[in-house]
Ligand binder design. Structure first.
Ligand code: URA
Length: 214
């Protein structure tokens, strides 16, 4: 895959607006008004996936965060910036990848002015699965990469322990799948050396996954 030519702001790489196909745009337009579960009530908007149909890779995260909720785009906040850096380091162009989440609304609780992420529950994940299945059927990626345990368990249909499935191929409802760390998990590592090592492992796992379908 071609190297990304993303814009750089100091250290950060701004995720570019990705051209989506008409089919994805049509799905996203339908999902805009989604009221299938109560999460829409406290969210700013639906954050649908983006990227080309026929993408070789689909990356699936957990749910949009605070910044994604405001921007209406997946993985544009701190975890997204880390993901962007990792994709560049792995030689993967984000423009070629379909990026989405298991749950399309930001679930959170308010603490003063802050909106703190809350993990979606089983029911919310199951209900939102409707949209993820449509994305999987529309994009038909050659490999689905689950980012973190929530996405991996939702896609595999069973509880996944990430360390046990590292670099193993799984069945994600008929599509080839792999699971890697969620970028937010890397951001939470307090020790900077350990965080850099985890980043290198994350990049190597991305490269391994991409090479398995190249
Ligand atoms: N975390 C996710 O799982 N998805 C996003 O889009 C942003 C942060």
């Amino acid at each position: 895959m071609a190297r990304a030519a993303h814009r750089r702001h100091g250290d950060e790489i701004a995720a570019p607006a990705r051209p989506s196909s008409r089919q994805v745009d049509a799905l996203a337009a339908k999902a805009k008004g989604c009221t299938r579960c109560p999460l829409y009530r406290n969210a700013t908007q639906t954050v649908f996936g983006e990227g080309p149909t026929g993408a070789t890779l689909m990356l699936v995260g957990e749910q949009p965060g605070d910044q994604e909720d405001r921007a209406g785009r997946p993985f544009v906040g701190p975890a997204g910036k880390l993901l962007d850096r990792a994709l560049v380091a792995a030689g993967i162009d984000r423009l070629d990848v379909y990026v989405t989440n298991v749950v399309k609304h930001f679930k959170h609780e308010r603490r003063g002015k802050r909106r703190l992420h809350k993990r979606p529950n089983r029911e919310e994940i199951d209900i939102c699965r409707w949209w993820l299945d449509l994305e999987l059927q529309t994009v038909r990626p050659r490999l689905v990469i689950a980012l973190g345990v929530t996405a991996a368990s939702a896609l595999a249909g069973r509880a996944i322990v990430l360390s046990r499935v590292r670099r193993k191929t799984m069945d994600f409802t008929g599509l080839k799948g792999m699971a890697i760390q969620h970028p937010s998990a890397l951001l939470r590592i307090p020790d900077s050396e350990a965080r850099h090592r985890a980043f290198d492992t994350f990049v190597a796992d991305l490269q391994y996954a991409a090479a398995s379908v190249s």
